[in-house]
Design a protein around this ligand. Structure first.
Ligand code: C2E
Ligand code: MG
Ligand code: MG
Ligand code: MG
Length: 270
């Protein structure tokens, strides 16, 4: 699938200009303060069941509104925070905030939902991450099976043995695990089968031209079959238009996410 993920670039050199790198250094100095004082918040985007259009979960997506630099997209600073070892505090903060927000998310949905939090490869490298995460949940009386942890295929494959062990521990603790951006990494079928997964999120690059391009339809179908063979819930990412949502109706068992059903929004305006 990797060759079809055309919007993914792999840079073998550091593409950041000196200016960008300086900006990222300033940002990281501000990180703790921003987490404490509300400069950083979570936006929530629904995951929808195609069969009945019901919300089954909300994914927490981090947003940084910086007093000097304005709105900074996660892609502009999360990779750097990972690089300098500052991501773990962000992850624990996001888990705590998401779990705090869960009752109000359920109110919005009018039914029980899960909350999904994105985690990074660095988190999986910490031998006690599962205990730390569980401790946060206990403080709010939330059980781990209400919490989905999303990790990208690329992050998992970076150190597959380490990832396998931590995902196993998280899974035993009751957390649900989603493999994010599936199809942009290079995992083999046997590697996929060896991870404790509950959900496969098919990357949005698979949807390019999907209502009209027969080859892409067959490739998409193969990804779906793979998820089904592994008995995973399948979420199609990046559904933007009615045309794509309609085309997907031939797979009523799938779930979807994208601007078509809802953009990521802060809880206050969900
Ligand atoms: P992701 O987890 O795969 O999240 C999906 C991204 O696609 C989000 O971008 C979302 O806003 C965007 N999106 C959703 N629906 C659509 C659509 O219909 N069309 C298009 N074109 N885009 C859509 P965002 O919020 O900029 O986040 C980018 C990535 O940053 C996320 O990808 C995730 O990997 C990472 N990220 C976000 N929040 C966190 C966090 O709290 N912790 C960590 N470690 N990573 C995070
Ligand atoms: Mg995600
Ligand atoms: Mg994704
Ligand atoms: Mg992504």
């Amino acid at each position: 699938f990797a060759s079809l993920a055309t919007d993914t670039t792999i840079n073998v050199y550091d593409p950041r200009s000196e200016e960008e790198q300086n900006l990222q250094h300033f940002l990281i100095l501000d990180l703790d303060r921003a987490l404490r004082t509300g400069g950083i918040h979570l936006a929530y985007q629904p995951k929808i069941c195609l069969r009945d259009n019901r919300v089954i979960a909300y994914e927490a997506l981090i947003r940084w509104n910086h007093p000097d630099y304005g709105l900074i997209r996660p892609d502009q600073w999360i990779p750097f925070a990972e690089q300098v070892g500052a991501i773990h505090g962000v992850t624990l903060w996001a888990i705590e905030r998401a779990v705090q927000d869960l009752p109000r998310l359920e109110q919005k949905a009018g039914r029980p939902v899960m909350v999904a939090v994105n985690i990074s490869a660095r988190d999986l490298a910490r031998s006690d991450f599962h205990s730390e995460a569980q401790a946060i949940l206990s403080r709010y009386g939330v059980t781990p099976n209400n919490v989905m942890l999303e990790i990208t295929e690329t992050a998992v494959m970076r150190n597959a043995d380490q990832a396998r062990q931590m995902l196993e521990k998280l899974s035993r603790a009751g957390f649900r695990i989603a493999l994010d951006d599936f199809g942009t990494g290079y995992s083999s079928l046997s590697a996929l089968a060896s991870f404790s997964l509950d959900e496969l999120k098919i990357d949005r690059s698979f949807l390019t031209d999907i209502p009209t391009d027969a080859i892409r339809q067959r490739i998409f179908h193969t990804a779906v079959e793979l998820g089904e063979a592994l008995d995973l819930r399948i979420v199609v990412e990046g559904v933007e238009t009615a045309a794509v949502a309609d085309w997907l109706q031939r797979y009523p068992g799938l779930c979807g996410q994208g601007y078509y059903w809802g953009r990521p929004e802060p809880l206050s305006i969900l």
